[in-house]
Write a protein that binds this ligand. Structure first.
Ligand SMILES: Nc1nc(=O)c2c([nH]1)NC[C@@H]1CN(c3ccc(C(=O)N[C@@H](CCC(=O)O)C(=O)O)cc3)C=[N+]21
Length: 348
C-alpha cells in the first residue's frame, strides 16, 4: 500500500502498516511468554471528545491483541480516588501501560496524577523523569510521548531525512511541542521552537526543511510561510463548526492545508495525518513495556531510582564518583601543600 498520495502523507496507511507489525509482535509474544501486553485507560468525567478517544484506544488495542482495562470515574471523583485507581493499575501485573486521559477536571491535580503512574508503565511518556531523559544527551526515556513519536514515525516511514535538517516546531506544550523538538534534536536536526513571543515567525518557518505545527490555532501556518519542498507535519485538531457534518463540526489543522499543499514537498492532512499515529505509538509503547516486564527488565514494584534498565547500576556509579571525588580532592590538597612548601622554600 502506498503511504503517500502525491505529496500528501497518508497517516492512516502508515498507522495501519505499523499496527500490522504490532499485531504480529503480540502473536509472537503470546507464543513465547504465554502472556499479552495490557493497557489501562483511566477517564475522569464525561467529556464527549475524551470518551471518543478512549473508545478508539480500546478498539485499537483489541485489533492488535493487546488486553485493555478501563476505569471510568465520575467528574466528581476526588483526587484521592483518581490516585487510588492509578495505584491499583500500578500493582496489577497484567497491566503494562497506564494512560490517564487528559484533560482532567480542574479540581484534580494533573501533575500529581501523572507523577503517580509507575515509570515502568508510563506509556504516555508524560512523567517528568521520562521528559527529563528526553532532554539529556546520551540518555533515553523509558517511553517518549505518543504524538511526538507519531510525527517522527511519519517522517521516517515516508523517507524524509531528519539528520542535519532545519526543523521548526511551532508551539511548546508539554505533550507535543517541547517533546517533539527534543526528539528531532536527538535525531540530529537543528531545531528552533517558535511561540507567542517569537518575532517574525514567518521568516523562522521559511528557513525550515521540516515544520511541525502544534500551536492549537486553526490555519495559523500559511502557505506563504513555507520553503518550497518543506515537509509539514500538522498536529492541530481544532474543532470548527460545519453544518454539513452529522456532529456539527469538523477538525481543522494548525496549517492552512489548501495553501500549503501546493508549496510543501510532503504534508499531513487533518484528519488522517498525525491523529491515527498517536494511538499507534501508544500501542507500540505498550507492547515494548509488556516485553520489558516479560523479560524481567522492568521491575514491578521498584522505587523510582531503581526503575528501568537505564537506571540500573546507577548507585555503584554514584558511589564510585563520590569516592573518586574524595581521592581527587585529597590529592589536590596534598599537591598544593607540596607546591606551596617548595615555592615558599625557593623564594626564601
Ligand atoms: N493522556 C492522554 N494521552 C493522549 O494521547 C491524549 C490525551 N490524553 N487527551 C486527548 C489527546 C488527543 N488524542 C488523539 C488521539 C487520536 C486522534 C485521532 O485518531 N484522530 C483521527 C480521527 C479524528 C476524528 O475524525 O475524530 C485523525 O486525526 O484522523 C486524535 C487525537 C490523544 N490525546
Amino acid at each position: 500500500m502506498s503511504l503517500m498520495n502525491g505529496n500528501i502523507i497518508d497517516g492512516k496507511a502508515v498507522a495501519e502498516q505499523i499496527r500490522k507489525e504490532i499485531a504480529a509482535q503480540v502473536v509472537a509474544m503470546k507464543e513465547k511468554y504465554k502472556r499479552v501486553p495490557g493497557l489501562a485507560v483511566v477517564i475522569v468525567g464525561e467529556r464527549g471528545d475524551s470518551q471518543t478517544y478512549v473508545r478508539m484506544k480500546q478498539k485499537a488495542c483489541e485489533e492488535v491483541g493487546i488486553a485493555s482495562f478501563g476505569s471510568s470515574l465520575p467528574a466528581s471523583a476526588s483526587q484521592e480516588e483518581v490516585l487510588a485507581t492509578v495505584r491499583r493499575f500500578n500493582n496489577n501485573p497484567d497491566v503494562h501501560g497506564i494512560l490517564v486521559q487528559l484533560p482532567l477536571p480542574p479540581h484534580v491535580d494533573e501533575a500529581a496524577v501523572l507523577g503517580a503512574i509507575s515509570l515502568n508503565k508510563d506509556v504516555d511518556g508524560f512523567h517528568p523523569f521520562n521528559i527529563g531523559r528526553l532532554a539529556m544527551k546520551g540518555r533515553e526515556p523509558l517511553f517518549a510521548p505518543c504524538t511526538p513519536l507519531g510525527c517522527i514515525a511519519l517522517l521516517d516511514r515516508c523517507g524524509i531525512d531528519i539528520k542535519g535538517k532545519r526543523a521548526v516546531v511551532v508551539g511548546r506544550s508539554n505533550i507535543v511541542g517541547m517533546p517533539v523538538a527534543m526528539l528531532l534534536n536527538k535525531r540530529d536536526a537543528t531545531v528552533t521552537i517558535c511561540h507567542a513571543s517569537t518575532k517574525d515567525m514567518e521568516a523562522v518557518v521559511r528557513d525550515a526543511d521540516i515544520v511541525v505545527a502544534a500551536c492549537g490555532r486553526s490555519k495559523m501556518v500559511k502557505g506563504s510561510w513555507l520553503k518550497p519542498g518543506a515537509a509539514v507535519i500538522d498536529v492541530g485538531t481544532n474543532p470548527t463548526p460545519d453544518a454539513t457534518k452529522k456532529s456539527g463540526f469538523k477538525l481543522v489543522g494548525d496549517v492552512d492545508f489548501d495553501e500549503a499543499k501546493s508549496v510543501a514537498g510532503a504534508i499531513t492532512p487533518v484528519p488522517g495525518g498525525v491523529g491515527p499515529m498517536t494511538i499507534t505509538m501508544l500501542l507500540q509503547n505498550t507492547v515494548e513495556s509488556g516485553r520489558r516486564f516479560f523479560e524481567g527488565i522492568a521491575l514491578e514494584d521498584a522505587k523510582p531510582v531503581k526503575r528501568g534498565p537505564s537506571a540500573e547500576g546507577v548507585t555503584p556509579i554514584i558511589m564510585g564518583m563520590f569516592v573518586a571525588g574524595i581521592i581527587i580532592k585529597e590529592g589536590v590538597t596534598l599537591l598544593r601543600r607540596i607546591i606551596t612548601r617548595s615555592s615558599s622554600s625557593s623564594s626564601q
